[in-house]
Design a protein around this ligand. Sequence first.
Ligand code: FCB
Length: 452
Amino acid sequence: MSTFTYSSPFPPSFVFGVAAASAQIEGAAFADGKGESVWDRFARIPGKVAGGDTLDVACDHYNRFDEDFALMKSLGVKHYRLSIAWPRLYPQGDGLLNQAGLDFYHRLFASMARHGITPWVTLFHWDLPQSLEDRGGWTSRGTVDAFARYAETVVKAFGGVVKNWITLNEIRCFTWLAYGVGSKAPGRKESAAVVNQTFHHALLCHGHAVRAVREHGGVGARVGLTDNCDVSVPVTETPADIAAAKAWFVEKNAHILGAIHGKGYSQVHLDRVGADAPTVQPGDFDLISEPTDFLGLNIYSASYVRAGRNGQPYEALALPRHYPRADSVWLNLVPQAIYWAPRMCHELYGHASIFITENGCGYDDEPVVDGEVADLHRRDYLRNHLREVHRAIADGVPIDGYFLWSFIDNYEWEDGYQRRFGIVHCDFRTLKRTPKLSAGYYADVMRTRTVV
Ligand code: FCB
């Protein structure tokens, strides 16, 4: 019998952290030999990003990381998920390595070590070198070869200090949204067949990154994918609705989570894509299904699902107009999502270790008033979600950590700087940092290891 109850603290090994990504906070977009990324280019196309905001300065973390790590330390942050900017290391994506880029991350990791903060490094968080995009980007298998070389370079260079690796962040966002919907860089609108091929290329990169960590990561290295799976929450927690939510989950996640666990695309997926199925080469699935050590889940939104009527396996409900949402239009507020997604991944695919690699909420402009940002809505969001994480652990779901998105307000992709996710406010004119009320709240959670 488990002795973990509603009032227990989080387990001693549970990791609390914060997350951010290179393109969103570093700035210095063209400093020290960094190449142009697809986002640097996309942001300059009129009408693509709110306010015409660029990534040129962002939070200027490139020059202020010492100050940022000192602030993290003062809040009690001991784990930080960050990403490496591929175009800082390989300005053209492949070809010549830029030593100044490597040097920057060496300085950054040294500063983290001085501040007692453990790095969790994502190899790719959307900043594809523009030069690779000019040669086809994610539609081209050449990008996979370039990524394999980049991943090997990074793990070889930093494997001594980095032990926690994430291969890719949210495949759907840099493939489907970037090449199908066109809302993310490079903003293309290609056919379903092309988009399915971009998924496949991304999966191959995931496999290459796993192999790079196995070969060059050294003792104690661990690696996993971060996925923003489509999340289903059963309308009621009854066996019939839970089974329906599971059936929905399997179908919606067949092309990514299903794929990394199989020796080929599942019939569910092949039936869905039909003639638009991607081209697969022999050996691809040996790479794609390389075993990993954990699964990373980014949890934001969810769909409600219940048992279907008239023999249908499920029925998904549209959210009514009055259902609570954040200012980010895609972000409905369903805390149970962070309970059900890990539980389903555990039950369906047998994951024995799951990390919430992102969870947070985006709202517009909360100004600093009298030195304070009283973001009670974010505090409540965190409390509600952490309670569900805790409930999942009590129910035997192996969630081993939680990374809050985000440490600081940053460049929220096509929503620019207006949409804020940080627990630390950033004034984008002066670059002054001001911890919000939610930062104090999260500091208390980390310190007491309970949902206060
Ligand atoms: C996720 C991204 C992250 C951030 C949050 C709000 O989809 O991984 O970079 O923008 O959304």
